[in-house]
Write a protein that binds this ligand. Structure first.
Ligand code: UDP
Ligand code: MG
Length: 330
């Protein structure tokens, strides 16, 4: 019988300092997995340091190491999307390059995979090495996202997980350019299993995220996942409309009873400001969706590959053992 393949996807962006540690831990892990062929798929997301060279060196001595070199930095979400297209495994794990996710957990994930689960995801028990602000904001974000969407969202869960082949195929069917992969994991359904783990601090290097990127991701998350904000805007308009109508009747009646009341400047300005504020927010929300429609409608390719070295059949023009660069448009 053919041995099954376990693929491990590692998106990396400027991770030269972490890679030696990571490779050590990964080979340690692979030694403990006897029933599977192993593929390490490093996705180089336009690193400006030596990450790619290090991986190429590893590939020379260890044929389990494959790599996909994207033509520039596309962001982790797209890097993962690219990896889904190229990965060959029957079971596919996704792990960060900075060892914040302990690779050893994949053994436990594999156990559940064999029991028939399609998506075994690691939920963070603790978040060492993260500021209280990041913990607080991430908690608030999950709360909001859950409140506005009907699909159950996995709380405190990153991309660290193990997926079955059919889950990968389902993820590949999402054509969107503005990707919120965490939402997609929920949307595909299938049998899910949660396991708990303690998230470690990074071994080396610095986080690639800053608060602007996180806010971006949060807005992407909500807007790509649900149209609830549009509805909220409608309700807000409805309620202010009802309020304005009630106030209008009040003024009308008062004028009838008390005659014309000239001083009314303060209340007029207040109402004016409030209503314009509601209008602007609603316009902004519509704009978010319109912008997204604009981007999707252009139908631009999600990513470009500068070089792929591995076993996937997508790029059959590439000899799996050659280092010749062949660019492919996807
Ligand atoms: N990453 C990437 N492209 C980017 C930013 C990050 O592929 O544009 C990778 C990064 O190398 C790491 C993973 O995504 O393997 C998570 O990034 P990071 O550790 O910076 O995020 P955090 O753990 O702080 O959320
Ligand atoms: Mg990290």
């Amino acid at each position: 019988m053919r041995k099954k393949t376990l693929s491990i996807i590692i998106p990396m962006y400027n991770e030269e300092e972490s890679l030696p540690f990571l490779y050590n831990r990964l080979t340690g892990l692979a030694d403990n997995i006897k029933d599977y062929d192993i593929e390490f798929l490093f996705v180089n997301d336009g690193s400006k340091d030596n990450s790619l060279e290090i991986v190429k060196q590893l590939h020379k001595v260890d044929k389990r190491v494959c790599y996909l070199n994207l033509s520039r930095n596309f962001g982790k979400e797209v890097a993962m999307g690219a990896a889904f297209d190229y990965v060959t495994g029957d079971a596919v794990a996704i792990i960060d390059a900075d060892l914040q996710d302990p690779p050893e957990l994949i053994i436990e994930m594999l156990k559940y995979y064999e029991e028939g689960y399609d998506d075994v995801y690691a939920k963070r028990r603790s978040r060492d090495g993260e500021s209280w602000l990041k913990k607080f904001t991430s908690k608030a974000f999950y709360k909001v996202l859950q409140a506005v969407s009907r699909v159950p969202i996995q709380k405190d869960t990153g991309d660290f997980r193990l997926l079955s082949r059919r889950a990968i195929e389902a993820l590949k069917a999402f054509p969107e350019k503005q990707r919120y992969t965490k939402g997609m994991f929920s949307l595909i359904g299938f049998k899910k299993k949660e396991i708990l783990f303690d998230r470690d601090p990074r071994v080396a290097g610095t986080t690639k995220w800053n608060y602007f990127k996180l806010i971006d991701l949060a807005i992407d998350g909500i807007v790509s996942f649900t149209i609830a904000p549009l509805r909220i805007a409608t309700f807000l308009g409805l309620f202010t409309g009802i309020g304005a109508f009630a106030y209008m009747i009040f003024i009308f009646v008062r004028t009838l009873i008390q005659g014309v009341d000239v001083p009314g400047y303060a209340s007029t300005i207040c109402i004016l400001l409030f209503v314009s504020c509601v209008q602007l927010i609603s316009l902004g929300i519509i704009g978010e969706y319109l912008g997204r429609i604009f981007i999707e409608v252009k139908g631009r390719p999600l990513y470009f590959v500068e070089e792929y070295c591995g076993k996937s059949a997508i790029d059959s023009s590439v000899d799996s053992d050659s280092d010749i660069a062949i660019s492919t448009a996807k």
